[in-house]
Ligand binder design. Structure first.
Ligand code: HCB
Length: 214
C-alpha cells in the first residue's frame, strides 16, 4: 500500500475524524483519484475496523467515530465522483438499504458511482421496507428498473430473499433487474434467491449494473 493510502486507512482505523478529512483533501490536491482514495485507502481502514469489532478489540462508539471520519471524507469525495463521464442514460435505478439496516456508507457510494456513469438513481435511503421498494417500481415510468439493494448484516440480508418472492408474486419480475450487495452478500446467495448480480465494490457495481441492464 502506498504511503497516502496507508495514512488514509490509518486515519479511519484510529477514529481520527479531522485527520481523515485532512488526508483526503491532501490526496485529492496531489491528484489521487477520488475512487482510489475510497477503495485503496478509506475502505481498507474500515475493513480493519470491522474485523477488530468482531474480535472485541473495538467497541461500537469507536466504529461510530470511524464511520463519522469516513462520512466526512465522503462529503468531500462525492462531488468529485458525481462529475460523471457524460455518457447517455444507462437506465433507471432504485437504491436502498434493506429494512432493519442503517449502514449507508457503501450504498451512498454505489449510488453516486451509478449516477456518475449515466444511471438515473432514485435513492430511498436506509431501513427501507420491501413494500416501499415494490411501490417505487410500480410508480417508475421506465420499462426496465434496476434495484440496487444493500444489506450489511446477515439478518437484513434475509429481506432480499423476501423481496425476490414479493417481486415475483406482484408479477413485475420481467421489468425488474436485481443487484444486491454488502459484506455478507455472495454470488451463491444471489443464485439461491434468484437475483441478477452482486458486486464487491462501487466500481464493480457500475460494470455489473451495465451488464445486467444491457
Ligand atoms: Co455495523 N456491523 N453495526 N455499524 N459495521 C458491521 C456491518 C459488522 C459486519 C461488524 C462485525 O461484526 N464484524 C456487523 C454485522 C454482522 C452480521 O450481521 N454478520 C455490524 C453490526 C453487528 C452492527 C450493529 C448491530 C452493532 C450494534 O448495535 N451492536 C449496528 C446495527 C445498526 C443497524 O443497522 N440496525 C451497527 C452499527 C454501525 C454503525 C452505525 C456504528 C456504523 C454504520 C454507519 C453508517 O453506515 N452510517 C457501522 C459500521 C461502519 C460497520 C462496518 C465496520 C463498516 C461498514 C462500512 O461502512 N464499510 C461493518 C464491517 C464490515 O462491513 N465488514 C460493521 C465501508 C463501505 C464502503 O463498504 O461493504 O458497506 P460496504 O459497501 C461496499 C460493497 O459492499 C459494495 O460496494 C460498496 C462500496 O465499495 N456494495 C454494493 C454495497 N452495497 C451494494 C449494493 C449493490 O447492489 C452492489 C454492491
Amino acid at each position: 500500500m502506498s504511503d497516502i493510502f496507508k495514512e488514509l486507512a490509518d486515519a479511519v482505523m484510529t477514529q481520527n475524524i479531522n485527520g481523515t478529512v485532512e488526508k483526503t483533501k491532501e490526496a485529492l490536491a496531489n491528484g489521487t483519484p477520488a475512487l482510489d482514495i475510497i477503495q485503496k485507502g478509506l475502505s481498507e481502514g474500515m475493513k480493519v475496523v470491522g474485523e477488530r469489532f468482531e474480535t472485541g478489540e473495538l467497541f461500537l462508539p469507536q466504529i461510530m467515530m470511524s464511520a463519522k471520519a469516513m462520512s466526512g471524507a465522503m462529503e468531500i469525495l462525492e462531488p468529485e465522483l458525481a462529475k460523471g463521464d457524460g455518457s447517455e442514460s444507462a437506465g433507471y435505478c432504485i437504491s436502498f438499504v434493506q429494512a432493519g439496516d442503517i449502514h449507508d456508507i457503501g450504498n451512498r457510494l454505489v449510488s453516486t458511482m451509478l449516477g456518475a456513469n449515466g444511471f438515473t438513481v432514485k435513492v430511498l435511503g436506509v431501513d427501507i421496507e420491501n413494500e416501499v421498494v415494490v411501490d417505487e417500481v410500480k410508480k417508475a415510468g421506465a420499462d426496465k428498473v434496476l434495484l440496487v439493494g444493500s444489506a450489511l448484516m446477515t439478518t437484513s440480508m434475509l429481506g432480499q430473499k423476501d423481496l425476490m418472492v414479493m417481486i415475483n408474486e406482484e408479477g413485475i419480475r420481467a421489468k425488474v433487474k436485481c443487484m444486491f450487495g454488502g459484506a455478507p452478500v455472495s454470488q451463491s446467495w444471489i443464485d439461491e434467491i434468484g437475483a441478477d448480480g452482486t458486486a464487491e465494490n462501487a466500481a464493480d457495481a457500475v460494470v455489473v449494473a451495465k451488464k445486467i441492464m444491457a
